[in-house]
Design a protein. Structure first.
Length: 468
């Protein structure tokens, strides 16, 4: 076969080989290895230290054997921030790179400038930087649309917030960034004002583990002019939630998706819901002690949120059936995805899932993972009304048994993806019944130990993916 098939046909075959098997292709012959590497467009590499000249040369040679590489992720740690050999090797070897995720170590200004000159097509960068913050290098990446910055090291006395680049507005440029993600902002990070002043076209904003936003005046101006913002994520950033939500409630009408994890504010979130004029479609909250029924009732009463198609709640301990039922009635004609993950209201209030199922008959995705006291009767009664489900996640629901699997097969004829991993009441027989009798099922997440030979054969014949 090695001599019969042409290069183009072999490369097409390689593209269709699933990831677990593709790694063995390079072991067949030198030709196959060369063709595989020359057709690879995406790589994820872990390259630990030491970074001596020999290892860097090998790394660079390996990269040059992938001439069409457009996406690269490198991790390892331990590199020298002043002279980053790994990043310089990437810059020298990957001229066609579009996306780079480089979290090995804080990168130096010299390495970034070299990268901008060599990889002119870069549109997405995720890197680690150190203080003091400087962004002189950013305008050189003329194709950049997405930027993720992980800020490391502590503030020191040498980090002077009064440096000229912060105050000098003449250095402002028009950046074309559409996605901005920042992790680890501290109160003294005034150098970020350059970003706040120059990012006017942001559509997606992520703030993670942030205690502050640097310069308040610049940040408020940034928020007020975000007319294009569509997606906002606030993760473990309790100290800045108020200023972000209250400002956007007044100014932003384009917001489509909101995520808040591990640190919110009851009052500011409620005010945002009551006053916001945006037509929110996706809401994802993990607020164990900051979300209650008042928020859900306010959501149901704000007509601007009647277009909500996805609601995801995780570990929300203070929510009760009253709020969820009100929301279910209000969103009956539109909600397509519901997640109640590790929410004890599912176990605490009998009949709640039945009511939600009867109201939300257009649900396509349902996630009840990690409700370890959820029993068959409650799930079965809900699924009886959810005939349009294509995705169902029940991971970690220990009380469910094979009876629940029977209900899934009977009620969910359109089901394509299901997760029943770590459901200890569902055994090999239940998994086999699900695989054999679900005509549209394409992916099942379950422990390998629960797969019988019959289930494996049927899954293979139906081109079904088993994720263990």
């Amino acid at each position: 076969m090695d001599t019969v098939l042409c290069d183009e046909l072999l490369q097409e075959i390689f593209h269709r080989v699933p990831p677990p098997s593709s790694a063995a292709i390079s072991l067949v012959s030198r030709r196959w290895r060369r063709l595989l590497r020359s057709s690879t467009t995406s790589l994820s590499l872990r390259f630990p230290p030491p970074y001596n000249p020999t290892t860097i040369t090998s790394f660079s040679t390996f990269l040059t054997q992938h001439p069409f590489l457009s996406s690269l992720s490198v991790s390892g740690g331990g590199g020298d921030a002043e002279d980053d050999p790994l990043l310089l090797a990437v810059a020298a070897s990957c001229p066609n790179l579009r996306r780079l995720r480089f979290l090995s170590s804080p990168v130096s200004l010299f390495s970034l400038c070299t990268l901008s000159t060599s990889c002119i097509h870069l549109s997405s960068i995720a890197i680690t930087i150190s203080r003091p913050l400087s962004f002189h290098w950013l305008p050189y990446f003329t194709s950049l649309k997405s930027l993720s910055l992980y800020i490391k090291n502590s503030l020191t006395e040498t980090d002077n917030p009064e440096v000229g680049e912060v105050k000098d507005a003449s250095s402002d440029v028009g950046l074309s960034l559409e996605s901005l993600s920042l992790c680890g902002i501290l109160p003294g990070d005034y150098g970020l004002s350059f970003l706040w002043r120059n990012c006017k076209n942001i559509k997606k904003l992520q703030l993670k583990n942030c205690e502050s936003i640097g310069d308040n005046a610049s940040f408020l101006g940034f928020l007020r002019y975000l007319s294009c913002l569509q997606k906002l994520e606030l993760r473990t950033s309790r100290g800045i939630v108020d200023i972000v939500l209250l400002t956007l409630a007044e100014t932003c009408i384009s917001l489509d998706s909101l995520l808040i994890y591990d640190g919110g504010s009851r009052e500011s979130l409620l005010q945002f819901i009551n006053q916001s004029k945006c037509s929110l479609r996706k809401l994802d909250l993990r607020l164990p002690l900051d979300l209650d029924n008042s928020h859900l009732i306010a959501l149901s009463e704000n007509l601007n949120f009647r277009g909500l198609v996805s609601l995801r709640l995780k570990s929300c301990c203070l929510v009760t059936g009253e709020g969820l039922k009100a929301l279910g009635r209000a969103m009956a004609n539109g909600l397509e995805e519901l997640a109640l993950i590790n929410c004890d209201v599912v176990e605490r209030e009998l009949g709640l899932l039945t009511t939600l199922g009867q109201n939300l008959k257009k649900l396509r995705k349902l996630d009840l993972s990690y409700n370890d006291m959820l029993v068959d009767k409650e799930l079965v009664s809900m699924l009886a009304s959810c005939s349009f489900l294509v995705e169902l996640k029940l991971r970690g629901c220990n009380k469910l048994t094979n009876a629940a699997v029977g209900s899934i097969v009977r009620s969910c004829k359109l089901l394509q993806n299901v997760d029943i991993s770590y459901c200890y009441g569902i055994d090999t027989e239940g998994v086999e019944f699900l695989v054999v009798n679900s005509p549209r099922l394409r992916q099942v997440e379950v422990e390998q130990s629960k797969l019988s030979e019959v289930a494996k054969t049927w899954a293979s014949n139906k081109f079904m993916e088993i994720v263990s």
